[in-house]
Write a protein of this length. Structure first.
Length: 157
């Protein structure tokens, strides 16, 4: 790709980010029938980044979304699709919680690294189902990812 195309691409991305930042308060002002969209925009910025508590909450709520975005972006660069990022996140959270509940005798300095490791294993076990079916039987991973939750709900009690 030529350098001028990269520059144009980055400029387009910046323009879209700026337009979305401007359109969001305007849309909220229209939907909420508020008078001042600038006040809405300022309230969002100040409540999210204006205090240490707001910044901590923003980062806490952003991290799972960011991890799910990475779970989609990395396979996409390899020419694969992963639409099960949210399910992998939930399975990882269940695995980390199970470790804490069923192994409370572990020392505290080991608990966080083991929680991270168990969350990675739990998410990988959920994501390996479409991966193995794709590698072994050439099954479309999008269909498998979409049908896996449905097959879990059709099991007999």
């Amino acid at each position: 790709m030529q350098p001028s195309n990269w520059i144009n691409r980055w400029d387009r991305q910046r323009v879209f980010v700026l337009l979305s930042l401007l359109a969001a308060p305007l849309l909220m002002a229209i939907l909420l029938r508020a008078v001042d969209p600038v006040a809405i925009f300022w309230a969002v910025i100040v409540s999210g980044f204006g205090s240490p508590l707001g910044l901590t909450e923003a980062i806490t709520r952003m991290t799972p979304i960011f991890l799910c975005a990475l779970a989609v972006a990395i396979p996409t660069r390899a020419g694969l699709y992963n639409i099960g990022g949210e399910g992998q996140l939930h399975c990882g959270a269940i695995a980390a919680t199970a470790l804490v509940l069923y192994a409370p005798w572990l020392p505290h300095f080991m608990m966080i690294p083991l929680m991270i490791l168990s969350a990675m294993v739990g998410g990988a076990l959920w994501g390996i189902i479409p991966g193995l079916l794709r590698a072994r039987f050439q099954v479309n991973e999008i269909l498998v990812s979409l049908m896996t939750p449905c097959s879990r709900s059709m099991e007999r009690p």
